[in-house]
Design a protein around this ligand. Structure first.
Ligand SMILES: *[C@@H]1O[C@H](CO)[C@@H](O)[C@H](O)[C@H]1NC(C)=O
Length: 290
């Protein structure tokens, strides 16, 4: 009975040992595989459990219905925990999956048996974040302005040309323009099909503030809207005090300070002189014979 136990125990130890050595030889699977994508610059990232060994990775990717896995040349035997796949992913509406292999640090291996991890699916057209846009606002007349939006450049090149988000999304790209009258809390949103929009019906003489974001209605909810731009305001009617520039204010304050210093200096000097004269008169009176 005892000998059976010993054999079992030895067996367990042996299998544990085999598992451990197997892991050491092959290295761990990568974890937390994520896509990070902004304006079609797309980076695949992953993590790996802490260990004393350093590993290298091979990255493969495949396009949806295509069963063929393509190895990324740039990310062949990399030791970083990321890989820039921008150049491989076409910006049209298709889904990609990546596969990350961990390469053992020593020995020969069968590539088909390497530990590997699939990424979640990723569609650049639907999932790449869109950064904040730049724009200008120009007054057309008292109640109308033109909002001129610059289509953001992406990381995608077509030959020599660097494509903008308009080149990629074409008619799918709208812009959301949000504006409010300076000093009021009510906001209004409008959607513009083109990169140049007219906003009319503004109150004459009032200052208005505008913000713009790329907007792609064909996407799913949280991904429809790009980042909000910075705010830009028009100049409304201004009274004299508001019209003074910062320079004028600084200059004015400087002159005021100089005048104040002059006045106080003169006052102190006059006071001293008068006091002296008074004292002299007092002394001369005191010493005068009665
Ligand atoms: C897009 O931005 C959101 C919010 O910052 C972030 O949570 C998400 O991971 C980003 N997606 C990609 C694909 O980079």
């Amino acid at each position: 009975m005892a000998s059976v136990k010993t054999v079992l125990f030895l067996g367990f130890c042996l299998s544990d040992w085999i598992v451990i050595t197997a892991e050491q030889n092959f290295g761990p699977k990568v974890e937390n595989v994520r896509w990070l994508s902004l304006d079609f610059k797309t980076i695949l990232t992953w993590s790996v459990q802490k260990s004393n060994n350093t590993y290298q990775y091979n990255v493969f990717f495949a396009e949806d219905e295509d069963p063929e896995w393509v190895e990324s040349e740039e990310c062949s035997q990399v030791s970083d925990l990321e890989c820039d796949l921008s150049n491989h992913l076409k910006p049209s509406d298709r889904t990609y999956t990546a596969d990350i292999q961990t390469i053992p640090d020593t020995g020969s291996y069968d590539p088909d048996e390497l530990p590997h991890t699939f990424s979640p699916p990723f569609n650049p057209y639907k999932d790449s974040n869109i950064s904040a846009v730049h724009f200008t606002v120009e007054a057309v007349d008292e109640t109308t302005v033109t909002v001129n939006i610059k289509d953001t450049l992406t990381s995608v090149h077509l030959g020599e040309k660097q494509l903008t988000i308009r080149d990629i999304f074409k008619k799918d790209l709208k812009y959301k323009i949000s504006y409010y009258k300076s000093g009021s809390t009510g906001k209004r949103d409008i959607l513009s099909d083109s990169s140049m929009a007219q906003v009319s019906g503004l109150d004459p003489g009032q200052s208005y503030c505008f913000m713009v974001a790329a907007y792609i209605p064909s996407r799913t909810k949280p991904l429809k809207q790009g980042a909000w731009s910075q705010q830009r305001c028009t100049e409304g009617y201004k009274n004299v005090l508001q019209e003074l520039s910062v320079g004028a204010w600084v200059g004015g304050i400087f002159i005021l300070l100089t005048v104040l210093i002059l006045i106080s200096t003169v006052t102190v000097l006059c006071y001293r002189r008068n006091k002296q004269r008074y004292e002299t008169t007092q002394t001369s009176q005191a010493s005068a014979p009665i």
